[in-house]
Design a protein around this ligand. Structure first.
Ligand code: SAT
Ligand code: MN
Length: 622
């Protein structure tokens, strides 16, 4: 099949202007498999981008809301989160990635998914879009080709990613790009009908992902979590890092400096809100590439340029920048919220929610139940907004720097209600890597399945690993050796509870971040404990007063930072059992596990009790 047989002349010209036979071959191949009625090639021009935006409204995937530029998109009732069960990494060599990562024999997987794709775009328009992961014209840039029959997916990508038609020209014909083929499949009332045939298959061998019969962006948008998987493989082979991390600048009061941190948190565990804390300047909220810069420093870029954020609990008080952005005119896509009279409503917006409207279940009235008898919330817990970061008041001026920004600290967070203290600095780089890969976190609405289940989530990347866990750990250990300017590694937990009540307020994370910033600059001392360095009460008290005008009590401090030794020991026993089932885990990891347990046991013996207050470590000189 020749290009001219499947596209009009204008589109053929646009494609051929790239001078890339690999791109042409991919378009030909998937046009012949998916059999679209029409193919449209998009460049970086505003006219082309506007075409996609218009198309998503014209074909009903999005509808206009009352505020200029705002649209609403609904995903199907059973397509509201990432589908881990139907996501498979296709591997031919029998390599196991990690115990809980689905892998499938490559040929079998390809046959199945290509079979589902046969004729899947009949009667539809295939959009051929070009993007760049990371800033353009940069060492970080990875060109990415997206074929999709969803204008919503393409529209989301033009908000979330840098367009990359120009970047493809710079490839000079090479095949060094990622590609993604997506189809919503058959639609009924604008949502996917054949969810039983939903598949997300990752073909590492050819840097490509096939995803069908879905719309939820975490499943459909190639450049987000699908590209993350391909990039993890690439980074691990090329000695840099691809991480599920925000990038954000901290600006301490009265000091003329900005200190950049990156932080990994599982979805819906406070990543965006940490990146966006008032006073910070934000570069990215979800995925970072990190490389060693020319002066031996770690440098990070945001892979994206937009936010696909959880809308639940976004309100004027807690998230002023985002709230202001999504309630004023600009290009913004809302998904799976409740709509009434052209206005979006969501859980936790601090306004009264109407008792009827349209939501992800169709016509909704209060008390409506689904087929299983579960009450349907007005907006879905994983409902989202999609906006560009550079439109936010707190966007960092270096967000698009081709060299990225220098990073001084890594943060690993999780959702843990009874063990991990709110903030701790690891004792060394390898100890920090150990802390990162032993994160356990309770599951949330961002993935399909039960919520609140404690799962091991190394560096919040477990859902996306495409290399064996051992390789991933080794890459991190090595990265610490490549950098000449040390990075401190911290852990956080915002979700510690006592008798069902959170021990911390929503904004306390700001204080932890500012404390980390001071540690990076060696401006505060800390208390050494078996799990790392922790803040001194006096320093936190001062920070709480200065930044939140809050009198932080010693009682609160003691509750939050008391070390629950048996809980920690139980955690590391669970971790030991999990890692024993993995292959080739580096000896350094086992050494750290041993030392970690020894330190905890020694404290238990020394103090002869279960819960140790920070002041006891301070005076014991441990
Ligand atoms: O569902 S996504 O993985 O795309 C978004 C997120 O939860 O981080
Ligand atoms: Mn994420």
């Amino acid at each position: 099949m020749a290009l001219k047989d499947i596209m009009d002349e204008k589109n053929v010209e646009k494609l051929e202007a790239l001078g890339n036979k690999h791109v042409e071959k991919i378009v030909e191949e998937f046009a012949s498999i998916c059999k679209p009625a029409k193919i449209t090639v998009l460049t970086d021009s505003q006219e082309d981008i506007d075409y996609v935006k218009g198309l998503s409204v014209e074909n009903g995937e999005e509808s206009k809301l009352g505020i200029d530029g705002h649209t609403i998109h609904f995903d199907g009732y059973f397509d509201q989160a990432r589908d881990k069960g139907n996501t498979q990494i296709l591997l031919s060599d029998g390599v196991k990635v990690a115990k809980n990562i689905n892998t499938m024999e490559r040929e079998t997987g390809l046959k199945e998914v290509l079979g589902i794709m046969d004729g899947i775009m009949e009667g539809k328009e295939m959009l051929v879009c070009f993007f760049c992961l990371g800033p353009t014209n940069s060492e970080f840039s990875i060109p990415a080709l997206q074929l999709t029959d969803s204008a919503y997916v393409a529209h989301s990508e033009y908000i979330l990613y840098r367009s990359g038609y120009g970047q493809f020209k710079k490839l000079e014909g090479s095949d060094k790009f990622f590609h993604f083929v997506h189809s919503v499949g058959e639609l009924e009332n604008n949502v996917c009908k054949n969810i039983d045939k939903r598949r997300i298959y990752i073909d590492l061998m050819h840097n490509r992902v096939f995803t069908v019969n879905n719309q939820y962006a975490g499943n459909s948008v190639g450049l987000k979590k699908l590209a993350l998987r391909l990039a993890i493989k690439k980074a691990n082979e090329e000695n840099w890092l691809t991480e599920h991390m925000f990038v954000s600048g901290i600006h301490p009061k009265g000091k003329d400096r900005v200190t950049y941190f990156t932080g990994a948190f599982p979805s819906a565990c406070g990543k965006t809100s940490t990146a966006m804390l008032p006073g910070n300047t934000v570069i990215g909220d979800d995925i970072a590439y990190i490389r060693v810069g020319s002066e031996g420093e770690a440098r990070a870029v945001n892979v994206e340029q937009g936010i696909f954020g959880i809308i639940r609990d976004i309100n004027a008080k807690g998230d002023p920048y985002i709230f202001s952005a999504i309630t004023s005119p600009r290009e913004a896509i809302f998904s799976n919220v409740l709509v009434k009279d052209g206005k979006p409503h969501w859980l936790g917006m601090n306004e009264e929610i109407p008792k009827a409207g349209i939501n992800h279940s169709g016509e909704w009235t209060e008390g409506k139940k689904d087929e299983a008898g579960n009450e349907i919330t007005p907006s879905h817990k994983n409902a989202r907004y999609t906006i560009r970061i550079n439109e936010l008041e707190n966007a960092d001026p270096h967000a698009d720097d081709s060299k990225g920004v220098p990073v001084s600290g890594f943060i690993y967070g999780g959702r843990d209600s009874n063990t991990t203290i709110p903030v701790a600095e690891s004792l060394s780089w390898p100890h920090g890597v150990f802390i990162g890969v032993t994160i356990e976190s309770e599951t949330t609405a961002a993935t399909l399945g039960a919520e609140g289940k404690l799962v091991h989530n190394p560096m919040s990347n477990i859902d996306f690993l495409t290399v064996p866990l051992s390789t991933y750990i080794n890459s991190h250990l090595r990265f610490g050796e490549y950098i000449d300017k040390p990075i401190k590694i911290f852990s956080t937990n915002y979700f510690l509870k006592e008798e069902g009540e959170y021990l911390n307020g929503m904004l306390d994370k700001k204080i932890w971040l500012l404390w980390m910033e001071l540690r990076v600059h060696n401006e505060v001392e800390a208390i050494e404990t078996p799990v790392g360095w922790i803040p001194k009460y006096a320093d936190l008290k001062e920070l709480f007063k200065t930044y939140l005008d809050k009198d932080y009590s010693e009682e609160d401090y003691n509750k939050q930072f008391a070390l629950r030794l048996s809980k920690y020991l139980a955690k590391f026993d669970r971790i030991e059992a999990i890692f024993k089932e993995e292959q080739d885990i580096p000896q350094v990891f086992w050494d750290h596990l041993e030392q970690q347990k020894e330190r905890l046991n020694a404290a238990k013996e020394q103090f002869g009790k279960e819960v140790i207050l920070p002041s006891e470590f301070e005076t014991s000189g441990q």
